[in-house]
Write a protein that binds this ligand. Sequence first.
Ligand code: MEV
Length: 313
Amino acid sequence: MTDFGQGAASGKIILMGEHSVVYGKPAIALPFNQAQITSKIYKTDKEITIDCIYHQGELNTAPDNLYGIKQLINIVLIYLKQPFFGIHIKIESNLPSQRGLGSSAAVSIAVVRSLFDAFQVNLTQETLNHFVEIAEQIHHVNPSGLDATTIAFGKAVFYQKDIGKSVIPLRMDAILVVADTGVKGLTKEAVSDVKKLWKSNPNIINPIMDRLEELTNNVKVFLENNEVVRLGLAMTEAHQLLRSIDVSDDKLEELVDVALKSGALGAKLTGGGKGGCMIALATNMEQAILIADSLKQSGAAHTWFYDLKEIIT
Ligand code: MEV
């Protein structure tokens, strides 16, 4: 079988503002190009089938997400005026799912790109955003739109729900170590748990969200001015605030602690939490390698390096 359409998408890392972004506060997220989802389209007879997605032997998308992907494909085929077109779609990935790295938004974006490629229709940023918002609604229920925006746009963004995004030029002399705890975390559940906390204790949760907002605004300035030490302190404080709203877990706590003890300038969970990934800030690659080694010795399933000077916008 030869494919007649292809699409790809990378993941994302949230530097600051996960969870508070759901409450209208700003967030800063980076495209995570170290891992990718690719989607290939093959013609079949009036049926939509999807290949299971594997990452290091692990199912890379929750089975209920497959239903969401089928719904998305149907919606796109109707838009493309090909509602009865049968397709087989093969999605490959080295981006672990349910780790706060944006795999569900990345799958949707890769799939939409491959369908438009297959039917040779030009895909504008607006149309892509439209479909990915639909897909994220199916997966997550009321997402902030941060994942979809960062991945579709492919640049570091300062983002606020209902307001939009601006691009942040990355020119900081520092390396982020990204570590996978190996523990799955469901963003949908974490967001709904925080919502329950917020509804029952608004007087406690609102000031936490306000402080996360302040920290995110500060971090934007730190990034612009190459203030690495201050970025590290803000990251660690953000982690403590996220822990206080109960979205951390034992493994995240352990890895954040190990990173700080190994010389990281700051460390925090990234994404929805309750499992998933953490990030640690290192001044250079030598230090980043030492931190990554310590994290692996403490059970991190995978580590990656992210150069905060890499992307020139
Ligand atoms: C998603 O990666 C992170 C959260 O902020 C949820 C959202 O933005 O929709 C927890």
